[in-house]
Design a protein around this ligand. Structure first.
Ligand code: ITT
Length: 188
């Protein structure tokens, strides 16, 4: 077991994905009972910064949050920071309906990890370009995984193992940046 850093999230898939990367650098994230308070903003960075700083002021120990979204080119970046709400309301079927007459399927996922600790907050951002499939495929993962095909693969995220998804994913890449940073810093 590595050194544990708290994470405020209600999404266990995020915890598993981030842990798969952090293990490599001797850390792990530990879900804690602190709220991830999400402001309404068009910026994932602003959302993550606010959530991390409020979680830190409640916990008084290093804590991270991860905020992510799916940005679809022919929808001008929608749903972006509203991805969780769109997933809950219209879901994958609704999203595919919005794109039914669209040949441009380009999209990207973005992940922002914000880590708040005694000396401040650091932010790690990463994106994964890809496209939206015509139909859902696969059973792994969560959210829009069954319809997102990352560039460089034929599979959707939901057809990949967690390890394979992490090789391509926005979250995997952001977690790797965090890992690299942790190697040179002491987090208290
Ligand atoms: P938190 O408690 O950490 O907020 P959440 O699932 O609500 O968990 P977000 O607020 O970051 O997470 O919402 C991002 C939404 O975008 C999420 O609910 C999914 O619908 C979608 N999403 C983000 N990353 C994804 C991924 O790797 N695969 C599939 N869908 C993803």
């Amino acid at each position: 077991m590595g050194a544990a850093i708290a994470i405020a999230t209600g999404n266990r898939h995020k915890v598993e994905e981030i842990n798969n990367v952090l293990r490599e650098c001797g850390y792990e994230v530990e879900p804690v009972d602190a709220p991830k308070i999400e402001i309404q903003s068009n910026s994932l960075v602003e959302i993550a910064l606010f959530a991390a700083s409020t979680a830190y002021s409640l916990l008084h120990r290093p804590v991270m949050v991860e905020d992510a979204g799916l940005f679809i080119e022919p929808l001008n970046g929608f749903p972006g920071p509203y991805s969780a709400y769109v997933y809950k309301t219209i879901g994958i079927d609704g999203l595919l309906r919005l794109l039914s007459s669209e040949n441009n399927r380009k999209a990207y996922f973005k992940s922002v990890i914000a880590l708040a600790y005694r000396d401040g907050i650091v932010v790690f951002e990463a994106e994964t370009p890809g496209e939206i499939a015509r139909e859902p495929r696969g059973t792994q993962g969560f959210g829009f995984d069954p319809v997102f095909i990352p560039e460089g693969s034929e599979k959707t995220f939901a057809e990949m193992s967690l390890e394979e998804k992490n090789m391509f994913s926005h979250r995997g890449k952001a977690a790797k940046k965090l890992c690299a940073w942790l190697k040179g810093h002491v987090v208290k």
